[in-house]
Structure formats: C-alpha cells, structure tokens
Design a protein around this ligand. Structure first.
Ligand SMILES: NC(=O)c1ccc[n+]([C@@H]2O[C@H](COP(=O)([O-])OP(=O)(O)OC[C@H]3O[C@@H](n4cnc5c(N)ncnc54)[C@H](OP(=O)(O)O)[C@@H]3O)[C@@H](O)[C@H]2O)c1
Length: 248
C-alpha cells in the first residue's frame, strides 16, 4: 500500500515511515528539508519516495498531488502528521508564529485531506490518520493556547469526517500522542517516566489503525491522564496546566 506522511524527516513522522516500510509498504514522505529526505531515500531506495514541500503553501500541496498523478500513484493512507507549537504567552508569541501554527496544524491538514478525498472515486478501502495531541482533551492550553486549540480542531474534524466517510469504507483515526521525545519544542531534552519514544508511539498507532480504532492515545499513562481530566474542574485544570507549562 502507498502511505503519504507529512513531516516525515523527524520524530513521530519518521518513526511512522519506518514502521510502514518494515511492513513492506511504500512511503511517500513530505517535508521541507531536502537533505534529510535524501538521507531517508538513500536508506530505503525502493520503499521511500521523497517530495520536498512546505505544506503551509497551498500551491505546494497542489504540486504534491500533481506529482502523484504523474507517477500514477494512488495513495491508500494519508497521515497528516506535520505540526508545530511554541510554548509562550499568546500575546508575546509573534503573530507570524501563531499564524504558522494555524496554517500548518489546521489549514494544511484540512487541505491535504480535501485533496486526498477528491482523488478517491467511490467506496474504496482507504484511510486517514490525523495527528492531534492529548492536549486536545484538556479544557485549553495556557501558554500553549493556539497549539492546544489547533489540536482540538484536529480531533473534532477527524471525528466529524470519520462519521461522514463510514459508508464509503474510508477509515479515519485520530492519533493523540502525549509528551514524546522528538525535536518538537525541545522535547528531546525533556525528562520523565511519562515521556514516550517516537518509535513506540508509531508502533501503537499502526497497531490501533489496523485494529480499526478511531481514536488512538498511545501509552497507559496518557490514557489515564485523559480519563482523569474529565473529572477535574476547568479552572483548576487550567491553573495546573499553566504551572506545568511555566516550568518548561
Ligand atoms: N513530540 C510531542 O511531544 C508531541 C506530543 C503531542 C503531539 N505531537 C504532534 O505530533 C506531530 C509530529 O510531531 P513531532 O514531535 O514528531 O515533531 P518534530 O520532531 O518537530 O517533526 C515535525 C516534522 O514536521 C515537518 N514540518 C514542519 N513544518 C513543515 C511544513 N511547513 N511543511 C512540511 N513539513 C513540515 C518537519 O520537517 P522539516 O523541518 O524538514 O519540514 C518534521 O519532519 C505534530 O503534529 C505534533 O503536534 C507531538
């Protein structure tokens, strides 16, 4: 099967790519850094097809789908993984960075999904995995406000289209990782028993996708924290989250 993954050069996206390649699938990897794409292709010349693109630019997304058409590739699974976030007070964070979060985490993800679904003709066995965050299950994200809000959008959007697409046999899974050791926001230096390796997140994501799950929260601790947060009063939850982010 052909799997298109955005944000493939690092972190969770790269680990997902390795898992699919190990299964024998072909991965079309999208990211901005040509050199890192070439490195992955050098390792897996027969299984990895690199496409350099900045997906915050609509035209570059159009070009991805034109390239795929020219190569006669029909994507079976789209993984909208690329995402950014910056810990900062909303007002202190520049407008450009706030907008970048919305452009990548929301607009690019939605446009990629729309373009992908336009190519699917009838009832085909295709799928979408959208990468959100356990942050989407909290009341909000003080000092991470735009990012948490963007991930809540991803969760809600995924749930909505998953019901719309059920009859067409197109499966949608929303992946909600908790803190994961990647280059995202300095997480590679973060310490704590609850921080997961990207390779584990990817393994669990594949397992759950092939089991037909629509929501995947990797790790028992993340699942537990999401469950408990349903019972914590909103104001108290926000205060706690602000204190945690302040420490970061
Ligand atoms: N790490 C965590 O703790 C954590 C927790 C919850 C959710 N998540 C979510 O998991 C996803 C992956 O995060 P990660 O931790 O693996 O992040 P990461 O290590 O920073 O990797 C992000 C990837 O996105 C690509 N990318 C960034 N901007 C792009 C753009 N405009 N166009 C195309 N590609 C772009 C980057 O490649 P280039 O720089 O080469 O473009 C990179 O491959 C994100 O959606 C993130 O929000 C992460």
């Amino acid at each position: 099967m052909y799997v298109l993954i955005t944000g493939v050069t690092k972190g969770i996206g790269r680990s997902l790519a390795l898992e699919f390649i190990n299964r024998g699938d072909k991965v079309i990897g999208v990211s901005r850094t040509e050199k890192e794409l070439e490195t992955i292709q050098g390792e897996f010349p027969l299984s990895f097809i690199p496409i350099r693109a900045d997906i915050t630019n609509e035209k570059e997304i159009d070009d991805i789908f034109i390239k795929l058409k020219n190569m006669k590739i029909s994507v079976d699974l789209l993984i909208n993984n690329a995402g950014v976030g910056y810990i900062s007070n909303f007002c202190t964070l520049s407008w450009e960075k706030n907008k970048n979060i919305i452009d990548l985490n929301i607009v690019a993800l939605t446009y990629m999904t729309h373009k992908f679904l336009k190519e699917v003709k009838g009832n085909e066995n295709k799928g979408i995995i959208n990468v959100s965050s356990t942050g989407a299950c909290q009341s909000g994200g003080p000092l991470f406000a735009t990012y948490y809000a963007s991930k809540s959008y991803v969760k809600s959007f995924s749930n909505g289209i998953s019901e719309e697409l059920r009859d067409r046999k197109i499966r949608v899974m929303c992946l909600l990782p908790g803190p994961t050791k990647t280059k995202f926001n300095g997480m590679e230096k973060a310490q704590g028993f609850y921080i997961m390796e990207a390779s584990n997140v990817a393994k669990i994501a594949l397992r759950d996708y092939f089991r037909g799950k629509e929501i995947c929260i990797p790790g028992v601790i993340n699942k537990l924290l999401v469950f408990i947060s349903n019972f914590i009063p909103r104001r108290f939850q926000l205060k706690m989250l602000k204190r945690i982010q302040n420490k970061k």
